[in-house]
Structure formats: structure tokens, C-alpha cells
Design a binder for this molecule. Structure first.
Ligand code: F6R
Ligand code: MG
Ligand code: MG
Length: 373
């Protein structure tokens, strides 16, 4: 049986106004490009959406992960969109297209990628997370709660198909290496690593009993590609649910509360992660707060299940009132943090600030320092 691949490839190619939200002409370009690709049989289905100023291309196909045609389709779409953004003088036009050296794969060039190939089951619910004004390790806590915390995921306790636990691949962004840890047996070691969100990020999760893939996340570190701050690596993550995986309800339950992630204004601050529906997927106060959307789809015969007119059936989970409490918390926490201004810990620590424009300011002061007697 042929396998299905779910790919989400995203980039910030310019927004309006400042770093707030993707402009309509860019959606139009992406929708047209992906519709043509669907007609030409390159992809089977697609859905274009935004996480704040990031344009998100969700596609299903049968070409596997890291496929040159799929990556070229995304790259060309971003290039066309960036051209339009430049014509309109949108802010940060072409921002995430850091290296114009496409040779079959967008990884390492700026866009973020999460892809997952799997054999379809009788029914395959999938949740797509996309966030703005933060970084891939923002998902560390989320993925820990979903796949390793029985107080979040009842299935870890109640469903025998999950009692063998899950395996986490952890990527070390500083050393460009990774390690696989099993839970529950290595839970404490996992937390020792992924609690250090400035360095480690969860890249993949499998069910231990049969090595079935269940989650994959983007792991770009734009600052390490470009050597300086060029916007945060606003991340995406794909999670499969139900029938021996965490249920959809367990997958989104961690967002009953907010938690702190790094990013927000100038990629330099801790901010509360706020779950929002697509209509609120726009960054406002202090260029944030960092926001996350969660879309539910059914992967069905290589496609996103759609209505009779071919419109994909999308569930916009976080627009639900059940997440109002987390939003309220996030708003209150953002007011609290912003009242602290540029004092740590509202601002990130010195190591993370190395990749921002702060060192330029500090360098200007350097000649004025005198030895303290
Ligand atoms: C965060 C982000 C924004 C900008 C900020 C300053 O990822 O992109 O918060 O850092 O708006 O932007 P510039 O320096 O371009 O005016
Ligand atoms: Mg931007
Ligand atoms: Mg962004």
C-alpha cells in the first residue's frame, strides 16, 4: 500500500503592517500555485493559512519526505510571494529566504519544514500546530505533556496500546546532532535535556511498541544559519491522534493554560504562549504575544478529507471558548511581564541575546569602560 506524506512548509516572506499578519495577495499567490500543483498531480490536496506573519503551506502527497519536487513547489511559491511582497513594499519582504541557493531541499535556506510519511490507518486524525513569534523548542513542553505526562494524557494510563510509552528524538541545535530517549524509563533524562529550550528541541516522536511515527516538528535555527538575528524560527508541528495515539482532545489539552516561550518582541523576550483561532492569528501588542493555532484534519486516501466541492475540512480548534481561560491568563501574564520592561527575566538572558542586535549597542559602550579600582 502506498504511503501518504503530510508536509507543512512555511516562511515569513513579508507582512502587513510590520510583523503582524500575512497579506491577502500572498495567500492568493500561494493558493493559485498549490491549486496548479494539485491539478498537475504533484500534490493531492493543500490548505494555505497563516500563523501571524508566517505563510503556511500544508500539503498532502505520495512523494515522501524531503522530496525535491515538493520542496521546489514551496520554494517557488515563497519566491513568487516575496516578489509580490517587495513590489508592495510589505515589511520584511523575503525575510526568511536567507540563501538563494535552492538545490532540491528548502532545509537550511530559511523556511521551516515538518513532514511525516505514514501508512494510513482506517481513519487518521491529524493536528497541525503553527506558531508565530517563538521558536521550535516552544513545543518541548507541549510534546512532553502530550506524550509523556499521564496527568495530561489519560491514554498513557488507560489505553494498553500506549502503555509502552513513546520515544523522543531530541535535536541539539548547537552541535547539530540528536539523541533518542524512551519514556517513561528515561523521562528524567529527557527533561534534563528538553527543559533547556535555548539549545534542545524535540524533533520527532514515535510510539515505542511499534516505532510508528506520531509527531514531527520543524527544527530550524535561523540565527545559526545567518549568524545573527533574522526573526525567530516560528515553528510548525504535526501530531497524529486517536486509536492507540493520544486523542485529539489530549493533544490540545495542554493549552488549557498558557506557558512561557522565548521570542516575542525582537526575539528577545519571554512571552506567554497564547492559543488562538485563525481569525486572531495576528500579532499585535509588543509584536505578540507569541501565538499558536491548531488545525484538525482527517488524512484520507492521500488527501485532506474535503467536502463535495473539494474544500478541505478544517477544524480550527483554538477558536473554541474552552481556550478563553488560557487566553485570559496569557493576556494577564503579558501585562505583568511588560511592566518589567527591559529587565531580566522579562528579557532573555545574555546568551540568547547574543543573536539579537543588543551586542551592537554594548560594543558602542565598550571603549568607555575603565578599570574599576
Ligand atoms: C520578532 C520580530 C519583530 C521585530 C521588531 C523590530 O520575531 O520579527 O518583533 O524584531 O518588530 O523589527 P525591525 O528591527 O525590523 O524594525
Ligand atoms: Mg516577520
Ligand atoms: Mg513570524
Amino acid at each position: 500500500m502506498v504511503k501518504t506524506t503530510v508536509s507543512i512548509i512555511k516562511a515569513d516572506i513579508g507582512s502587513v503592517a510590520g510583523h503582524a499578519v500575512v497579506a491577502k495577495p500572498l495567500f492568493d499567490i500561494a493558493n493559485k500555485k498549490l491549486e496548479d500543483a494539485k491539478q498537475n498531480g504533484i500534490i493531492n490536496s493543500y490548505y494555505v493559512f497563516n500563523a501571524g506573519d508566517d505563510l503556511e503551506l500544508l500539503m498532502t502527497h505520495n512523494r515522501g519526505e524531503n522530496n525535491a519536487e515538493i520542496h521546489k513547489l514551496a520554494w517557488d511559491t515563497f519566491m513568487d510571494g516575496a516578489k509580490k511582497a517587495k513590489n508592495l513594499k510589505l515589511y520584511g519582504a523575503g525575510q526568511d529566504l536567507l540563501l538563494d541557493a535552492f538545490s532540491g531541499n528548502v532545509k537550511g535556506l530559511g523556511p521551516g519544514v515538518a513532514e511525516m510519511e505514514f501508512q494510513e490507518r482506517g481513519s487518521d486524525p491529524v493536528v497541525i500546530f503553527a506558531a508565530d513569534k517563538t521558536e521550535p523548542s516552544a513545543f518541548n513542553y507541549l510534546l512532553y505533556r502530550i506524550f509523556a505526562d499521564p496527568s495530561n494524557t489519560a491514554g498513557l494510563v488507560i489505553d494498553p496500546k500506549m502503555s509502552g510509552g513513546f520515544k523522543f528524538e531530541v535535536f541539539d541545535a548547537y552541535e547539530n546532532r540528536s539523541v533518542i530517549l524512551e519514556t517513561p524509563s528515561e523521562l528524567y533524562s529527557l527533561l534534563a535535556l528538553i527543559g533547556a529550550t535555548s539549545r534542545y528541541m524535540v524533533s520527532k516522536v514515535w510510539r515505542s511498541s511499534d516505532n510508528e511515527i506520531v509527531s514531527t516538528s520543524s527544527t530550524t535555527k535561523l540565527s545559526l544559519i545567518a549568524g545573527s538575528y533574522v526573526g525567530k524560527d516560528d515553528p510548525v508541528c504535526i501530531v497524529r491522534g486517536q486509536s492507540g495515539f493520544p486523542s485529539v482532545g489530549e493533544i490540545i489539552a495542554p493549552f488549557q493554560h498558557t506557558y512561557l516561550v522565548s521570542g516575542w518582541m525582537r526575539g528577545s523576550h519571554w512571552g506567554p504562549f497564547m492559543p488562538v483561532g485563525l481569525k486572531d492569528s495576528i500579532c499585535t501588542v509588543f509584536d505578540g504575544p507569541p501565538r499558536i493555532v491548531a488545525l484538525g484534519i482527517q488524512v484520507s486516501n492521500g488527501k485532506i478529507a474535503s467536502d463535495d466541492d473539494g474544500n478541505p475540512l478544517i477544524v480550527d480548534f483554538f477558536k473554541d471558548v474552552a481556550f478563553d481561560g488560557a487566553r485570559k491568563e496569557a493576556i494577564e501574564m503579558s501585562q505583568f511581564l511588560r511592566r518589567m520592561g527591559e529587565f531580566e527575566p522579562a528579557r532573555l538572558g545574555p546568551e540568547a541575546m547574543e543573536y539579537t542586535t543588543l551586542p551592537n549597542v554594548l560594543n558602542q559602550l565598550e571603549p568607555r569602560f575603565k578599570k574599576h579600582e
